[in-house]
Design a protein around this ligand. Structure first.
Ligand code: BG6
Length: 504
């Protein structure tokens, strides 16, 4: 009998996780805190180790010290337990070396053998590429050169984003990885798929009988997907200048969210059944012609502003950024899906840095009632406040439905009200971070929440005409002030189809 059927999980094999880029930001901020949190929840296997790999010369102990500081700083909602840390830290090891250097991999092989003996990791290894992207292919080749892609146990490879900077480079990267690893060994991470609220979209749609019948072109007017961030580029100016908002957020995270929201029901909740449906949806998104791309996308870049009494620099003033940079820190795009469910329903997607607040949500706006039979002016009211279902991804995780209700008093006066589900209030428990979920899944060999090459390529195809158009024009940047909702032109994108951005 299961103690708590909601917490049932497949057992996790013993394993070593090898992190390339062990002194980087992601390791410090996300990976180690996630692993420590899993240790806190007793969800890691007894035979567990982490081998950090990076160029900086450092002993195992120095690495442990460094990771201790990181975990203490970035662990959220969990007390830092010294005793637990001491046990966890014994499983941390370090190897210094250059990813481009072939010798690194024979040394890694030896280190893994030592670690395996000491920690009993059963020969299983999960390689995590969290380096700069140009090192992904050399690292895979190095691992292959030393025969590390196979061993006494299973071998898996996690690849961080960005997965290429366009379709051809993504395909080339994939060829490099596939020379060494089989597709079923490769886990392409998109941390948005690991978010509880994104997973819950599937629970909401396919675990209930009442929403799916409405989930189509007959009832849905349009969909808005927003990922707003109030932060700027946070010291990542050089990376971001090359990427921009469309590549950084939309090509990967938001298209995956859209696919989750719009895909057909899978035959089973199994990795390939789910991924097949996501991939099909992505392939059904219409690829704009260059002229259509110009009409259906808007780029923005923030300029300086004074926010809350403090001066906030414009993007072009950020460290590492070219003062004439043509990079968009805001992108909005209209997409259409050419399938029977969604034909004619626009999907509006926007994302930006330095917007007024941090909020990510999916808003499904329904067609209004065919008649406005109540008080005078009800028609206008229904147009202004149509039925709206909002899937709140973050930060206030939940779901709300807006509908009309009779105002108390005589007469039939209507007012929009909302019915609200809030994760915190309903479950009273902390949600695991995306990285906790995804790391555990990779250890279990469950790729459901990882992307596949066909999905990556379909997503690049969707954004390619827009990227191409943007690189061929000179933008009049900056075109929005830090702390505002993006450039004015983004409103016109929706106005063309008679719609309006909602205020999240
Ligand atoms: C990353 C982007 O993939 O996602 C960042 O590179 C962005 O620019 C981040 O800030 C947003 O993730 P989250 O989980 O904070 O919404």
């Amino acid at each position: 009998m299961l103690e708590d059927p909601l917490r049932y999980d497949a057992p996790v094999d013993p394993a070593a996780i090898v992190i390339f880029g062990a002194t980087g930001d992601l390791t410090r901020r996300k990976l180690l805190p996630a692993l420590f949190r899993l240790a806190y929840e007793r969800r890691l296997p007894a035979g567990f180790a982490v081998v950090g790999v990076s160029r900086t010369a450092m002993s195992d102990d120095a690495f442990r010290e460094r990771m201790r500081d990181a975990v203490a700083q970035f662990l959220e909602d969990t007390p830092f337990d010294e005793e637990l840390w001491a046990g966890f830290a014994r499983g941390l090891f370090y190897l210094s070396g250059d990813v481009q250097d072939k010798n690194l991999y024979s040394r890694l092989k030896q280190k893994l053998e030592e670690v395996d003996r000491e920690r009993q990791t059963a020969g299983n290894a999960l390689f995590y590429l969290s380096t700069q992207p140009s090192h992904y292919a050399p690292a895979a080749a190095g691992l292959g050169g030393a025969g590390l892609q196979q061993g006494a146990g299973w071998r898996r490879l996690i690849v961080e984003k960005p997965f290429g900077h366009d379709g051809p480079s993504a395909a080339a990267l994939n060829r490099g990885l596939r020379e060494v690893f089989n597709e079923d060994q490769i886990y392409r991470i998109d941390h948005y798929l690991g978010k509880e609220t994104v997973q819950n979209i599937l629970a909401f749609r396919f675990g209930n009988g009442i929403f799916e019948p409405l989930w189509n072109r007959r009832y849905v007017s349009h969909v808005q997907i927003t990922a707003a961030e109030s932060i700027g580029v946070e010291g990542r100016g050089a990376y971001y200048q090359e990427a921009g908002a469309l590549r950084d957020m939309i090509q990967n995270h938001l298209l995956q969210v859209m696919a989750t929201m719009a895909m057909e029901p899978p035959a089973a909740y199994e990795p390939d059944a789910v991924r097949d449906e996501r991939a099909k949806l992505l392939r059904a998104i219409r690829v704009w012609t260059p002229a259509e791309a110009a009409e259906n996308a808007v780029a923005g870049q923030y300029g300086p502003a004074r926010i809350g009494g403090a001066d906030v620099p414009g993007f072009r003033e950020e460290p590492g950024v070219d003062p004439e940079a043509q990079t968009g820190t805001y992108a909005a795009i209209t997409l259409e899906v050419d399938n029977w469910r969604w034909a004619g329903v626009p999907f509006y997607i926007r994302s930006g840095k330095r917007l007024p607040k941090r909020v990510t949500d999916v808003a499904i706006q329904f067609n209004r009632a065919p008649l406005a039979m109540f008080e005078a002016g009800a028609g206008r009211m229904q147009e202004t406040y149509p039925n709206l279902l909002v899937l709140r991804i973050q930060p206030e995780e939940g779901i709300s439905l807006r509908f009309f209700s009779k105002q108390p008093g005589s007469g039939m006066r209507l007012r929009p009200v909302t019915m609200d589900f809030n994760y915190g209030a309903s479950f009273g428990a902390r949600s695991p971070s995306a990285y906790e979920t995804l790391l555990l899944d990779a250890l279990k060999g469950d790729a459901t929440l990882y992307t596949r090459q066909d999905m990556v390529e379909a997503s690049w195809a969707v954004v390619a005409p827009v990227l191409e158009h943007w690189s061929s024009v000179k933008h009049d940047f900056p075109n929005y002030a830090a702390g505002t909702w993006g450039p004015e032109a983004s409103g016109r994108l929706l106005a063309r189809r008679g719609h309006e951005w909602r205020m999240p």
